[in-house]
Design a protein around this ligand. Structure first.
Ligand code: BES
Ligand code: MN
Ligand code: ZN
Length: 490
């Protein structure tokens, strides 16, 4: 779908959306439209007792005068609460209303910050428009959206256009993440994930990929143990973006769990629903999409994205329950359940990030536990942190973007649960508070760096769709982290 911004002018064809704040009169151009149609708008609004409540709609097909297909009056609700996030959701809701039309024009009048609203309505519509249909060879015509272009008319066209540049970069990042997360596991595996990430070189991102040889040298026994049952070689993907003037500034490190398929390994998962585990790399997917967003909007921050990419498979060569592995940190881990593999991957990447880059802070994103889905469902991701300030900043970014976070407690009491009788720790707790014991495991690999762990298992995939996604991969994390970076590192 093509997005265009234009000055307010009476449209002559296609579908026209009149965006109307609650309690407002028709704007100048909408009033012209009303006159041209011999009062069709005002008469319909009166007859339907249309109050312009948020997301209320009134459709007027083929009004007299001109060649319009229809006029759709869209309520915006109260102007004072019509903020950027609301505008974005309105844009997404609008997309669903116009997806069956070829072309649509929305008239934005009577808003105090028309430029921001226009840009956000556009990005919201774009986010909702995402589809992944490269593997469909025959498609029912009715299912396919027809919309080719959305024009947003506002008096503040130039400002809207320039505000949309950064938002468009973020949309690109979200789409990149959704593509990675949606691709099947025979297409996206560690090596092909890293190859796809190399598309970011064109955006100005520097990429390094470490293989088994390099990771063996580094002593990453925990990560490598997870991948040893797979025919696909494990990889560590490192992406660099430094848009600041100081080339030696300390970076923010963003770490992603990239289990390209999680069968559970020898602790094999049940068959029903196992297919979902293609998206067990959504943390890595979000980190990669974030790098695209930052690069494309030329962020002035210094951010390093690190993704531990593995495939967790059962095999004669796979690790066994009971194996003891030595992590890069030197700490030993008794692997009692090969399905608790995410933490094994992350711990070595966390150590590498600290030793190599001395980051200002580390944020990791991981589809780590089923327990977080039991606790929070699809509405919040869990956040675990050793630093209140960092946690607060992330929670605020979550609130602002609608990618919300709920903080969980951590502490000694929970840490006790992962004591092993034979090694430094075991990779599972006693069964209670599984998301917290997983976070405690990760904390054992953090030295003095402010760190936050986001358990995103419940929010990265949504069959029904969310306010800003149509169903499937949500791209969770890109908008959240982009906002967090924009507010605190630029
Ligand atoms: N990738 C899963 C967690 C998961 C579950 C993500 C459901 C999305 C939806 C993770 O690797 C896993 O298997 N965790 C186990 C840990 C347990 C064995 C301690 C779990 O949550 O059951
Ligand atoms: Mn698992
Ligand atoms: Zn997993």
């Amino acid at each position: 779908m093509k997005i265009a911004f234009a000055k307010l002018a009476l449209p002559t064809n296609g579908t026209v959306i009149v965006a109307l704040p609650q309690g407002a009169k028709l704007g100048r151009v909408a009033a012209m439209l009303d006159r041209r149609s011999k009062g069709a708008l005002t008469r319909s609004m009166a007859a339907a007792e249309f109050k312009a409540k948020r997301d209320a709609t009134l459709s007027i097909p083929a009004p007299a005068g001109g060649k319009l297909k229809r006029v759709l009056i869209l309520g915006l609700g109260e102007v004072k609460s019509f903020d950027a996030a609301t505008a974005e959701k309105t844009g997404a809701a609008l997309y669903s209303l116009i997806s069956g039309d070829e072309a649509a024009t929305i008239l934005l009048e009577g808003l105090p910050d028309a430029a921001t609203s226009a840009a956000r309505i556009a990005s919201g519509a774009q986010l909702k428009s995402y589809r992944f249909d490269k593997y469909r060879t025959k498609e029912e015509k009715s299912a396919k959206p027809k919309i080719k272009s959305l024009t947003i008319q506002t008096d503040d066209m130039a400002a809207a256009k320039s505000k949309h540049v950064a938002l468009n970069a973020i949309v690109d990042g979200v789409f990149f993440t959704r593509d990675l997360v949606t691709e099947p596991p025979n297409v996206i595996y560690p090596e092909s994930f890293a190859a796809k990430a190399k598309e970011l070189i064109a955006d100005g991102v520097k990429i390094e990929v470490l293989g088994v040889k390099e990771m063996t040298k580094l002593g990453m026994g925990a990560l490598l143990g997870v991948g040893q049952g797979s025919l696909r070689e494990s990889k560590l993907l490192v992406m660099h973006w430094n848009g600041g003037r100081d080339k030696n500034s300390k970076p923010l490190a963003v770490v992603g769990k990239g289990v390209c398929f999680d069968s559970g390994g020898i602790s094999l998962k049940p068959g029903a629903g196992m297919w979902d585990m293609k998206w067990d790399m959504a943390g890595a997917g979000a980190v990669t999409g974030l790098m695209r967003a930052l690069a494309r909007r030329k962020s002035t921050a210094h951010v390093i994205g690190l993704c531990g990419l593995v495939e967790n498979m059962p095999d004669a060569g796979a690790q066994r329950p009971g194996d003891i592995v030595t992590s890069m940190s030197g700490q030993t881990i008794e692997v009692l359940n090969t399905d608790a593999e995410g933490r094994l991957v992350l711990c070595d990447v966390l150590t590498y990030a600290q030793q190599k880059y001395s980051p200002r802070a580390i944020v990791d994103l991981a589809t780590l536990t089923g327990a977080i889905v039991a606790a929070l469902s699809e509405h919040y991701a869990g956040i675990f942190s050793n630093n209140d300030e960092l946690a607060g900043k992330l929670i605020a970014a979550g609130q602002a973007t609608g990618e919300r976070l709920w903080r969980f407690p951590m502490g000694e009491e929970y840490d006790k649960d992962i004591k092993s009788p034979i090694a430094d720790m075991k990779n599972i707790g006693g069964g209670k508070a599984g998301s917290i014991t997983a976070a405690q495991f990760l904390l054992r690999f953090i030295k003095d760096t402010p760190w936050a762990h986001l358990d995103i298992a419940g929010v990265v995939w949504n069959d029904k769709g969310t306010s800003l996604s149509a169903g499937g991969a949500t791209g969770y994390g890109v908008r959240l982290l982009d906002k967090f970076v924009a507010e605190n590192y630029e």
